[in-house]
Ligand binder design. Structure first.
Ligand code: BG6
Ligand code: MG
Length: 214
């Protein structure tokens, strides 16, 4: 019997993975590194600094910057990203999310946010879903980001629920890997060919069938 659903946010609850991509693209362009959407799949779910490192490695520029310069690049990306999400409202919630949350609440199943994003609490407020959420993991409080299981395990631990009674919902390869390493059921959102480690995959969040999962 599942007692908790742990949702990734960017790309699962709302389409902010697009804004992350746009902000990184701008950063990469300024460094003369050409990234595309295929490469971006490898950035999904990955922390801010790790994403920057992956971009620099992709452009063979890992050793061109000091730690301070890297921190500055990441800071600029985030300022740009924050500006892009400033206007997010309830209308930016993916179709079906509220209904899904209602369905879970009715069954007494807890809802947690297990996002790698430090902007998650801000977005939860902007999207008007705060009242549904029992717990938001602070990604700064865990040692390792996705694909390590830490973020998902932290949610289960702090809610006092065994990982085997948790379902993780993810759109990222790194995220699905994290859920499986945490010993949870993995629901993928997107393409089965990308999310091949997931136990089940739906194209969109609105396609999730609770009856199939529970
Ligand atoms: C993840 C996104 O949810 O959060 C990544 O998929 C992003 O693209 C990561 O880099 C960290 O987000 P933030 O808001 O802390 O820079
Ligand atoms: Mg995501």
């Amino acid at each position: 019997q599942y007692k908790c659903f742990i949702f990734d946010m960017d790309g699962v609850i709302t389409e902010t993975s697009e804004q992350h991509y746009q902000a990184w693209k701008q950063c990469a362009d300024e460094l003369g590194i050409d990234i595309d959407r295929t490469f971006n799949e490898k950035l999904k779910g990955v922390s801010r600094m790790d994403s920057l490192e992956r971009i620099l490695a992709y452009g063979n520029r890992s050793h061109d910057f000091t730690a301070e310069e890297k921190a500055e690049l990441a800071y600029k990306k985030n300022e740009n990203y924050k500006e892009m999400i400033l206007k997010c409202t309830e209308d930016d919630l993916f179709e079906g999310v509220k209904e899904l949350f209602e369905g879970l609440k009715e069954k007494g199943i807890k809802i947690a946010i297990g996002s790698a994003s430090k902007n998650a609490p801000t977005l939860v407020n902007l999207l008007g879903i705060k009242d549904y959420i029992d717990y938001i993991v602070d990604p700064a409080s865990v040692e390792k980001g996705k694909p390590a299981p830490d973020i998902f395990l932290k949610a289960a631990h702090d809610l006092g629920i065994d990982p085997s009674a948790c379902v993780g919902v993810e759109d990222a390869e790194a995220g699905v890997e994290a859920i499986k390493s945490a010993g949870m059921l993995a629901v993928g959102i997107g393409e089965a060919s990308v999310l091949h480690q997931a136990d089940m995959v739906y194209a969109h969040t609105k396609d999730i069938q609770l009856a199939d999962i529970l």
